[in-house]
Design a protein around this ligand. Structure first.
Ligand SMILES: [Zn+2]
Ligand SMILES: [Zn+2]
Length: 212
């Protein structure tokens, strides 16, 4: 079974998630935006074997610590979708702009496309391409655990910003209604910021997507 722990990192309180297979104790880190010591301490405390980095998108608060964490532990980087290449190229500039520690660009070992899967230990997660907040945004869905790691696509009571370069409001709404809702109303999602919720709850009460 897939287990996870969410560790808020960076001044933006970005929800970095450590996910692992409780049979093999192999782990992946989703969106190591920064505060690497905090992430490493959690991995150690849980007794996990960290083997991979997965990225939903490459804004600084989600990807700022990626190159450094990969280097320290020899981890392959998976994702996001190639539509985010320009955000990777701009990581150094993003870190200056938002007052983050200097962030380095990197090359993913594997880019992701809609319909791909990723695996940690014996747990397989489905990848959906969800553009709108960024062109290359992806989400990771575990049907087994009924959990989805959705980055900045959807939040409890809100949706991702679309006023950055490459953002597109109509595309974001389509990503939510066509690629998240089919995961099921009882699926719990872990957003990039703030508390968890379920898709069913958001379909009822989220002012941006209620009734869709
Ligand atoms: Zn973002
Ligand atoms: Zn974010």
């Amino acid at each position: 079974m897939l287990k996870y722990l969410t560790v808020p990192v960076t001044p933006f309180a970005q929800n970095c998630s450590i996910v692992w297979c409780d049979r093999t104790m192999e782990a992946a880190v989703i969106d190591p935006g920064g505060d690497l010591a905090k992430i490493e301490a959690a991995v150690q405390r849980l007794g996990l074997k960290l083997g991979q980095i997965w990225l939903t998108h490459t804004h600084i608060d989600h990807a700022g610590g990626t190159a450094e964490l990969a280097k320290r532990h020899g981890l392959p980087i998976t994702g996001p979708h190639p539509g985010d290449q320009f955000w990777i190229d701009a990581l150094e500039e993003q870190s200056r702009m938002f007052g983050f520690p200097p962030a380095e660009a990197f090359t993913p070992a594997r880019w992701l496309e809609d319909g791909d899967t990723v695996q940690v230990g014996e747990s397989v997660l489905n990848v959906r391409h969800t553009p709108g907040h960024t062109p290359g945004h992806v989400v990771f869905h575990s049907p087994e655990a009924k959990r989805a790691f959705v980055g900045d696509v959807l939040f409890a009571g809100s949706i991702g910003r679309t006023d950055f370069p490459g953002g597109n409001h109509a595309e974001l709404i389509s990503s939510i209604t066509e690629r998240l809702w089919p995961m099921g109303n009882d699926t719990v999602f872990i957003p990039g910021h703030g508390p968890e919720s379920t898709f069913g709850q958001e379909r009822q009460s989220n002012p941006f997507v209620a009734g869709t």
